[in-house]
Design a binder for this molecule. Structure first.
Ligand SMILES: [Fe+2]
Length: 196
């Protein structure tokens, strides 16, 4: 199936040429990842300033949180079936690759840190280091919620998108993995956004 993508970031004056270049690299590698990155960037940009964060900083974090996937082999990144444990181990490295790429391009330390820990989970069950609770940087805790929310509510090759409210319910079922405080705020934000 051919997906038509309108890369919203191309004409975005808020973004640096390096950020646009990296998004183009993601787009060349995997269209699903660049769409996901745009969505996560959008939610971060709209939600985080309500908590007092800088808009551009959070937008950039969302857009580039998975940039390291450009270094993951196509056979693994684009695999439609479940990954084997060996493949998943390689996939997990995308957070390290993301941080490396962002460091090479001199991105703000807060961006690199947020990206590096976005797969940590509040109950300590995530990766990279198995950090727990408030050991996980605040922006990573927020990004984890938004990342999961968009992964559920967007199109995937193997399933239909889950409606927004249902995506929130699914995350809530696993709430021990997320920061409850930020989840509650994000849930209200989404409900306001969709007018429910
Ligand atoms: Fe990721």
């Amino acid at each position: 199936m051919m997906l038509i993508i309108s890369p919203l970031y191309v004409n975005d004056a808020q973004l640096s040429s390096v950020t646009k270049f990296l998004l183009d690299e993601i787009k060349k590698k995997d269209i699903i990842t660049v769409l996901h990155s745009q969505n996560v960037g959008y939610y971060m940009k709209k939600f985080c300033p309500l908590l007092g964060y800088d808009e551009k900083l959070c937008y950039t974090i969302g857009l580039l949180h998975d940039v390291g996937k450009i270094k993951v082999d196509d056979n693994i990144l684009l695999k439609k079936d479940k990954l084997t444990s060996k493949e998943f181990k390689i996939m997990k490295k995308h957070v390290i690759y993301s941080a490396e790429i962002l460091r090479e391009h001199n991105y703000d330390k807060r961006i690199i840190e947020a990206v590096l820990y976005h797969h940590e989970r509040f109950d300590g069950s995530g990766y990279l280091e198995g950090l727990k609770g408030k050991e996980i940087p605040e922006l990573s805790r927020i990004l984890a919620i938004i990342d999961s929310f968009d992964a559920l509510s967007s199109f995937r090759l193997y399933r239909e998108p889950v409606p927004y409210l249902e995506a929130l319910t699914i995350i809530e079922r696993d709430i021990e993995k997320y920061d409850r405080h930020y989840f509650r705020l994000f849930k209200n934000f989404i409900k306001n956004w969709i007018g429910k």
